[in-house]
Design a protein around this ligand. Sequence first.
Ligand code: ADP
Ligand code: MG
Length: 344
Amino acid sequence: MSAPTQEQILGILKTVEDPELKRDIVSLGMVKEIVIQPQDLSVHLNGASTPPAVIDAVKNQIEKKLSVLEGIKNVKINFSRPAPQTGSPPLARRQSIPGICDVVAVASGKGGVGKTTVAVNLALAFAKHGYTVGLMDGDIYGPNVPLMLGVSSETRPQVNSQEKLIPIEAQGIRMISMGVLVPPDQPMVWRGPMLHSAVTQFLQKVDWGELDFLLVDLPPGTGDVQLSLVQSVPLSGSVIVTTPQEVALMDVRKGIAMFRKTEVPILGIIENMTGEVFGKGGGRKAALQYKVPFLGEIPLDSRIREGGDKGTPIVLSVPDSPAARGFMKAAEALEQAVGAGVKK
Ligand code: ADP
Ligand code: MG
């Protein structure tokens, strides 16, 4: 009777599904280690951001499937729950684009939660604190960063002597977007792989100069396109934007699972559109549940939408509003999380 191999075990684990995310635990990046000793089998799993009910369900499935293996007497399953990710990110991630200190991705489980609004206003909040800031619009299909910053769709970036794009300066930050590269009436025929190369080119083909922060407004969602983008950018960390409702928790978890796979530190969750319409507290609850920092809540305020449409972001146009203050506070928390401190 010979013990099973790592490959066999992994093959079986590929049939174990996370009941919430409806994907197998191997492709979700949950399996950390498989140790096969004579008659004993240990499976180590990454349990960060995994609710207890999911852990139980996954454990049950694994036990059922592995205990029937020949040559194995005991199956040990162990879920590690790493400490919350606070403090400075790993040094190796820092400064990996020459001249750029920290690259921070802004992500959301789905569209329409205000991800771009948050990215734009955070970028302006960093600039208000004295940092030099770049903003990359990673949304190829719906590039609305130019509109929100009041940059007309006729604006085109200049190209320097090394054929690199010079970002557009708007409201004190540097910005690049498909919206200033492709005329708005041109159909977007890109599919996944081209989408990916288009966004990575933004990083390689743009002369950002020296930046303290580069914010990346990721395309909405947590699919393979987003994942490969996250992997191609040397990120210091990520921010997840959510709305307050209970149903949004699942989207948050998808976002966390995506970053966990790539070992990108999650700097925190921002709740957007807090108020009477959508409620309050979902973001904080998600942060507690998944053990990531909560960066604050931005109220639902019609001036945010109006400012977005007119190109006058609220952080600059109504700096005393609770929303603008919320963005400033969240920016401060982020500055601390990446170890930048407030530059005055
Ligand atoms: P996403 O990038 O996630 O798709 P957007 O940032 O484009 O979302 O926001 C979607 C719409 O909601 C926009 O019209 C925006 O102005 C509006 N919006 C975003 N946040 C708020 C808020 N806190 N209060 C009111 N309107 C908001
Ligand atoms: Mg957007």
